[in-house]
Design a protein around this ligand. Structure first.
Ligand code: SF4
Ligand code: SF4
Length: 167
């Protein structure tokens, strides 16, 4: 499903290329692996802020980040090796709700917002409807696919959707 207009599509292409180039050159700016990961996450967050300032996702309720509908968290988030190792260490819900094990069902927000995976950081609702929350646009999927092998250089191999305890 494509929901981007041609101008927005071109902007996403240009910003996506910029993000890719910055990820490719991370080593120049951060020699230590930990610093590289922190910078990667900052780049992803900045990308989202620049690209989707008016997204439904940008709403904030009080001190909570995000839209508090949590529609996009009804999933297993895509993770890389390093992220899986970190998430495995954190408390998680085990239930059959279909929500990510780190989704906080009371506050309706991400329970691990500060360390949420790269994929969650670049996922934005690109349409004006909540339907987009669970139906990523082609552009969103292509963006992640195009960045995946570069992100692997920083976060280790891609593991697919997060499953607690599985290698
Ligand atoms: S994608 Fe949808 S559910 Fe997820 S944060 Fe954005 S508006 Fe909320
Ligand atoms: S890690 Fe957080 S943002 Fe990502 S899917 Fe889970 S609850 Fe949502």
């Amino acid at each position: 499903m494509t929901i981007f207009g041609s101008r927005q599509h071109e902007r996403l292409r240009v910003e996506g290329e910029k993000l890719k180039r910055r990820i490719l050159h991370l080593e120049r700016f951060a020699a230590e692996p930990g610093a590289r990961i922190a910078l990667l996450y900052r780049l992803a967050d900045n990308f989202g802020r620049r690209m989707f300032p008016h997204s439904l996702c940008s709403q904030r309720i009080g001190r909570y980040s995000g839209c508090v509908t949590g529609g996009c968290c009804q999933c297993r988030p895509d993770v890389f090796e390093y992220e899986k190792q970190i998430l495995d260490l954190l408390p998680k819900r085990i239930d059959k709700s279909g929500y990510c094990p780190f989704f906080n069902p009371v506050k309706r927000t991400c329970g691990v917002y500060g360390v949420r995976p790269f994929a969650c950081r670049i996922f934005y609702n690109s349409g004006a409807s909540i339907h987009s929350c669970q139906n990523p646009s082609d552009e969103t999927l292509q963006l992640f696919d195009g960045l995946k092998r570069h992100v692997e250089q920083v976060l280790g191999s891609y593991q697919g959707g997060y499953n607690p305890g599985e290698a």
